[in-house]
Design a protein. Structure first.
Length: 307
């Protein structure tokens, strides 16, 4: 898949990534926000991983671990099986969906107090953007698109951000699969076998040390990692291609929204994103290399997608 053949410009790809980067911070409140964790705990989802797995896959209905493992791509099947399908015996998918969304909206509104005008403006623009984002070949985005739109502006912004995120993420997984990368290999080709990858991603995604080491060996055999676990030139080139393809696939919906409206969305989101990140409730490793730094400042360079 040649990026140039997709008919996108570098400027369009950069704008698509910039818009996604801002919306991703909003979306992350639905995973790491204390209000969300507490609300999910009251449902019986008593740890972060259970809440994440159940809430993310819930729009697809009471699916089993095989489906969740397939659409998540980067998570250990053993970890997913700890949650599914047992959770559906206790909690209906719809209840998880709406509880998570309400709590994420409440968290966002609290953090962005005094920014109601920006929230409302960003919510409507993000909703329009989400409606343009495709669902064909994108199972998580398709499941999310079947949900109702909430009326509360903060909930609406979070829902729209999540739909954009899932559409882009599904396309990213397709790129990873096309490149012959499994879940662990996808993590390792971001920056190699770093302390962050070991200490954060491996633990968060549930991979064992033997599984991790085996993936390193496979990538070394392909010439993508060197003997020390760092990315080779071939590894860096592959990751650049993956990111460019992901950005290129994300361009059409932003093109439909229009450059002016996309810029307006980013401008409305900037103070909100800064407020969220300043609260220090999100794990910063997931935003390392994004187009927003911990204070919300812009970076002109596109960086690797978080798996």
């Amino acid at each position: 898949m040649d990026t140039e053949a997709l008919g996108t410009s570098e400027q369009e790809r950069a704008l698509a990534r910039r818009a996604w980067s801002h919306l991703e911070v909003v979306h992350a409140l639905g995973i790491f926000g204390p209000d969300v964790i507490e609300a999910q705990g009251e449902l019986g989802l008593d740890d972060l991983l259970s809440g994440y797995v159940a809430a993310r896959v819930a729009p697809l209905g009471p699916v089993g671990p095989e489906v969740a493992t397939a659409v998540f791509h980067g998570f250990s099947p053993a970890v997913v099986r700890r949650v599914l399908p047992g959770v559906w015996e206790r909690i209906a998918p719809a209840e998880i969906v709406h509880t998570t969304r309400r709590a994420a909206g409440a968290q966002l509104a609290r953090l962005a107090e005094g920014m109601e005008e920006e929230i409302a403006r960003a919510a409507e623009l993000a909703r329009q953007a989400a409606l343009f984002h495709p669902i064909e070949g994108r199972p998580l985005a398709a499941g999310r698109s079947a949900l109702d739109w909430p009326e509360d502006p903060a909930e609406l912004l979070w829902e729209a951000a999540t739909r954009v995120r899932e559409s882009r993420g599904d396309a990213h997984v397709a790129c990873l699969v096309t490149a012959g990368l499994d879940g662990i290999e996808a993590h390792l080709t971001v920056a190699g076998d770093t302390d962050t990858a070991r200490g954060f991603l491996q633990r968060l995604r549930g991979w064992s040390d033997p599984e991790w080491e085996a993936a390193i060996a496979r990538l070394q055999e392909r010439g993508l990692l060197d003997d020390a676990g760092g990315l080779t030139e071939a590894g860096r080139r592959l990751r650049r291609q993956l990111e460019e393809r992901t950005d290129a696939l994300a361009v059409p919906p932003w093109r439909q929204l229009g450059e002016d409206a996309t810029q307006q969305l980013i401008e409305a989101l900037q103070p909100v994103v800064r407020r969220i990140l300043d609260a220090e409730i999100l794990p910063l490793p997931i935003f390392a290399g994004r187009d927003v730094d911990p204070r919300g400042a812009e970076s002109p360079k596109a960086h690797p997608e978080a798996e």
